[in-house]
Design a protein around this ligand. Structure first.
Ligand code: AMP
Length: 167
């Protein structure tokens, strides 16, 4: 997507993992939440996004990956975008059954060795998703920008479907 649209992809998870790796104060604070499969506090991730969206490479557009994950984050994002006169064109929901997600994360654990890809942490991540992130589907449906994509299939099939819903 970032190559096709020539815009940056901004992943809060990647930015946080980099901060953990470099033992920055933010990384040290975030690590305990990430290791437990809990969400990092809103104030931290909202700060990350606010700073990142102010970088010049975001002026022609951006892809947010893994943000927002709570209604508070969505509201803060709306405020940042209004202040900077930017807007969201689309929100893509990739729908995948829980069991398929667990299987994918356990296979990823073998390849990437991410500390939070273990069975116990995955269970908590799914619970947090259902409690805190799932309500965003309705939030963005009401805003009229939600695009639903079946997230089961090959990477090529899913990429094609995302491109097709984005129009
Ligand atoms: P991810 O790479 O998107 O799976 O994120 C890995 C971990 O980083 C999550 O389980 C959270 O602990 C933390 N994280 C990433 N993005 C967010 C966010 N938007 N809000 C809160 N925590 C986040």
């Amino acid at each position: 997507m970032k190559e096709k649209f020539k815009i940056p992809q901004i992943s809060t998870g990647e930015i946080l993992r980099e901060a953990v790796k470099n033992s920055t104060p933010m990384g040290l604070e975030a690590k305990k939440f990430m290791d437990a499969g809990d969400l990092v506090p809103d104030v931290v991730v909202i700060g990350i996004i606010k700073d990142r969206l102010a970088e010049p490479d975001c002026s022609k557009g951006f892809i947010l990956d893994g943000f927002p994950r709570t209604v508070e984050q969505a509201e803060a994002l709306g405020k940042i975008l209004r202040e900077t006169k930017m807007d969201l064109d689309a929100v893509v929901n990739l729908a995948v059954p829980d069991q398929e997600l667990v299987n994918r994360l356990l296979s990823r654990a073998k390849i990437e060795g991410r500390a939070d890809d273990n069975e116990e942490t995955i269970k908590n991540r799914l619970k947090n998703y259902n409690d805190k992130t799932f309500p965003l589907i309705d939030y963005y449906r009401k805003e009229g920008i939600l695009k639903e994509v079946n997230g089961v299939g090959s990477m090529e099939e899913i990429t094609m479907e995302i491109l097709s819903v984005l129009g």
